[in-house]
Design a binder for this molecule. Sequence first.
Ligand code: UDP
Ligand code: MG
Length: 334
Amino acid sequence: MKSYPGMISLIVPAFNEEENLPVLVHRLMAIMEPYDSYEILIIDDGSSDQTRYVLRQLSNAYPVVRFLSFSRNFGHQMALRAGYDNARGEAVICLDADLQHPPELIPTLIAKWRQGYEVVYTVRQADPKLSWFKRTTSKYFYRLLRSVSNLNIEDGAADFRLLDRKVVNTIKEFKENDLFLRGAISWVGFRQCRILYEPAARYAGRSKYSFRKMLKLAAMGITSFSTRPLYLSVLLGFGMSFFALLFGAEATYEYFFTNATVSGWTTLVVLSVLIGGVQFIMIGIIGVYLGKTFVEVKGRPAYIISDTSEIEETATTWQPTSQEDDVLFYSPLT
Ligand code: UDP
Ligand code: MG
């Protein structure tokens, strides 16, 4: 995608955000008023509500609004990637659709960029409005991530940031399917600048990040930037061998100097269970990395776009008339 001189792109991932989008677009347009050239690119991540229809209406009404619709839910990170792949601006800002990332901060991000920073990222201040659960899981996730990888991502780092075109082009070069953007952006370097912000409450609807999605993101963050968990198996192997050596010495001693050779049954059972357990964990870890390799080797597209604002409306008004219409039976007898 060609970039336009001076243009600023705002990219917004949206998964079932029909109530938030009109409000968000109006707030963004008000804030972007003073800027000559900008676009709002919304990525509909396979929503099942009226999001796509709302987007079509918004893009018809305002030429600055563009959208892409995924053919199914590919997840927040993929939506952001599609945003980076298709943005046309010289600076690209991404923010959530639910207005938790205050749009009022955008002029500050742009001002920092104009000062010469190539990455302007934001860090969420510890906020009592966020649930205890979210705060704690987030804190421990970043702690774990920092300890297993070489990344230095701060607590509360959010996907609310401005990237210069140079950085966007670098991110686009990443061919891996499973890209943890927060990690990648910390990894690429460039002149980075940090801004603290206080998150607002979600405007409408519920969080679209289920516990399962959070776990998936955490696992992806760790496995895509570190192979250190694999060394765990080597370490444990050494530990267990040392233990076995001691145990062997003890058994030999008992064999020669005492008559109670059968008495070690409990120890044997405990040991074999323990070793079995450790082996399962290690096979699991190796399996996770092997699985990732498998997925990457296949080289499938990271996401699939089924509709965009650039394509004239064709099938978007399509609606199944009834439940039965979804399933057509073919019978060779009729
Ligand atoms: N989102 C997405 N795909 C998903 C889940 C979430 O595009 O599978 C979007 C969502 O619409 C929102 C942003 O990612 O714009 C952050 O999600 P959410 O606000 O639900 O997460 P939370 O703020 O609770 O962490
Ligand atoms: Mg949110």
